[in-house]
Design a protein around this ligand. Structure first.
Ligand SMILES: CC(=O)SCCNC(=O)CCNC(=O)[C@H](O)C(C)(C)COP(=O)(O)OP(=O)(O)OC[C@H]1O[C@@H](n2cnc3c(N)ncnc32)[C@H](O)[C@@H]1OP(=O)(O)O
Ligand SMILES: CC(C)C(=O)C(=O)O
Length: 510
């Protein structure tokens, strides 16, 4: 492989992706995603912004200690306290990287930083030099690069390289550029830097105009060798460039781009679902590569074409990205062998104990539902793999509700295997059930947001409920799954309560 054409994938799902409004991941969830990103084969995992909170510090540290293979990066503003905190968390990594940034545009300098250009330049150089005292790999990002004065930006880039930056990132922070313009911009800066091969140029594009992926690809054509992106394109405001779209554009249009990435393509779908599940950010059905409709054909002429020759209407094969084509029908009469076989095909290798548990859940579901699809199985596994231990488990739920009556819920939870029951009323069945849960747990949550969708098709579909529950000053994402939507809703509420409880136990060191 010609090394100049090797593209480094910098995944920032755990940092910029977590900046999506309403998303907050705990340490275990971040670690689970980081491990999956390592399996996918990304080159760099930006694990967080260590000075942002004790939780983010702990997440970066845990990932640095645990995840082997990719470079582990942490973000730091261009000041010594941020850099020291980042290093404290990153120093355990096999390959650590400090990522420091400072804005270069006049708008940011004047209004946000209230600094002159020369003060900015000196601060950037100082930050990079300071970071290099700790870490051999230092990335500098010129925030809002695309709205910066080109001559000044080139001066900053040259100065931070002389100060020791190994990677220089030129972000389109507010998603303002368009592909041709961005390609020219990147080319101009790269060409102005003497010995530009000594450093890796990087792009980081936001999706405010829906152009993040197109702009990132243009940046790569101009000579950038690192691309920063997130799974499902999540991130601040309209999000970042989507990792899976970039990967598949480079793969499908290889003859055009002639760039190489080192990725396990068949891990893409699983990674996408995991991130959606843990962040609570649903994937729109028509989302490229990973949406439910991405490989579905609805109209007769298309179906006819695909049946005769798949490539008439498919430019990628679903199997390549890990979307499995379902042939073997699993249902209530299926046994462990068929179930295990399907799990392996879906990329899940479970221990014997996990398999037993998953099989029991599968049989329960098969009693309620005629056919079990791959989506059902994935949903069951996600449900089983709840990221925190279950202190409270929903055992029984009875709702009485209707026109002209006060909705009432009776709930039984098991706490350490002991049953506890309570009844409560509310303005609706869900509120009544939540009040009953609160009475039992003595934890009082406020349901802020609530999304229901069918994970699988048909009248007996599995419903997935993703909820955001405010407890104290924090918001917890909950997830629940059932063929009964009220049960799924209450499960998601209990899941959020479990997360809160787990966090409190950890804070108290018990
Ligand atoms: C483009 C991006 O995505 S950048 C990353 C954005 N991500 C985040 O902000 C998430 C995490 N952030 C946080 O938790 C908090 O903002 C913290 C902990 C970093 C800082 O919190 P606070 O100290 O309370 O400051 P606050 O966020 O209100 O303001 C930011 C301060 O940093 C300064 N600042 C902003 N960017 C930089 C930078 N790159 N280098 C140095 N200082 C910076 C601002 O000028 C402001 O300084 P001031 O207090 O002297 O006016
Ligand atoms: C910190 C930088 C890379 C950033 O997130 C942005 O500019 O959008």
């Amino acid at each position: 492989m010609n090394d100049k054409n090797r593209i480094f994938l910098f995944d920032t799902t755990l940092r910029d992706g977590e900046q999506s409004p309403g998303v907050s991941l705990n340490v275990e969830e971040k670690l689970e995603i980081a491990q999956q990103l390592a399996r996918l084969g990304v080159d760099v995992i930006e694990a967080g912004f260590p000075i942002a909170s004790p939780g983010d510090f702990q997440a970066v540290k845990t990932i640095a200690q645990t995840v082997k293979g990719p470079i582990i990066a942490g973000l730091a503003r261009a000041n010594r306290a941020d850099i020291e905190r980042a290093w404290e968390a990153l120093k355990y990594a096999e390959n650590p990287r400090i990522h420091t940034f400072l804005a270069t545009s006049d708008i940011h300098l004047k209004y946000k930083l209230q600094k002159t250009r020369s003060e900015m330049l000196a601060q950037a150089v100082d930050a990079v030099k300071y970071a290099r005292q700790f870490c051999p790999d230092v990335e500098f990002s010129a925030e809002d690069a695309t709205r910066s004065d080109l001559d000044f930006l080139a001066e900053v880039v040259a100065a931070v390289i002389s100060a020791g930056a190994t990677v220089v990132n030129l972000p389109d922070t507010v998603g303002y550029t368009v592909p041709e313009e961005f390609e020219k911009f990147m080319r101009t800066i790269i060409e102005r830097i003497p010995n530009n091969e000594q450093v890796i140029f990087s792009v980081h594009c936001h999706d405010d105009l829906g152009l993040a992926v197109a702009n990132s690809l243009s940046g790569l054509r101009a000579g950038a060798r690192q691309v920063e992106c997130t799974v499902n394109g999540i991130g601040e405001r309209a999000g970042n460039a989507s990792l899976e779209e970039i990967i598949m554009a480079l793969y499908t249009k290889h003859a055009f781009f002639q760039k190489e990435v080192n990725i396990k393509y068949n891990e893409i779908y699983k990674t996408s679902r995991m991130v959606s599940n843990l962040t609570g950010m649903l994937i729109q059905s028509n989302k490229a590569i990973v949406g439910n409709n991405a490989f579905a054909h609805e109209s007769g002429i298309h179906q006819d074409g695909v049946l005769k020759e798949r490539t008439t209407y498919e430019i990628m094969s679903p199997e390549l990205v890990g979307v499995h084509k379902n042939n073997l029908v699993l249902g209530k009469h299926s046994g462990r062998h068929a179930f295990k076989e399907r799990l392996l095909e879906l990329g899940y290798e479970l221990s014997e104990a996990e398999l037993q548990k998953a099989f029991a859940l599968f049989k329960d579901l098969a009693d309620k539902k005629k056919e079990i699809s791959d989506d059902d199985i994935e949903a069951l596994l996600k449900d089983q793999g709840r990221s925190v231990p279950e202190k409270f488990t929903l055992e029984y739920l009875h709702i009485s509700s209707g026109t002209n009556m006060i909705p009432t819920a009776t709930v039984r939870l098991s706490i350490d295997k002991m049953p506890f029951e309570a009844a409560a009323t509310g303005s609706g069945p869900m509120e009544a059930a939540c009040h009953a849960v609160d009475k039992i747990t003595d934890i009082y949550g406020r349901l802020l947001e609530y999304k229901l969708h069918a994970v699988t098709g048909g009248k007996d579909a599995l419903g997935e409920v993703l909820s955001k529950v405010e407890i104290g000053e924090k918001i917890y994402n909950g997830r629940g799954l059932s063929t009964d939507i009220i049960e799924a809703s209450v499960k998601s509420y209990v899941h959020a309560i479990n997360k809160y409880y787990y966090e409190k136990q950890h804070e108290n060191g018990s």
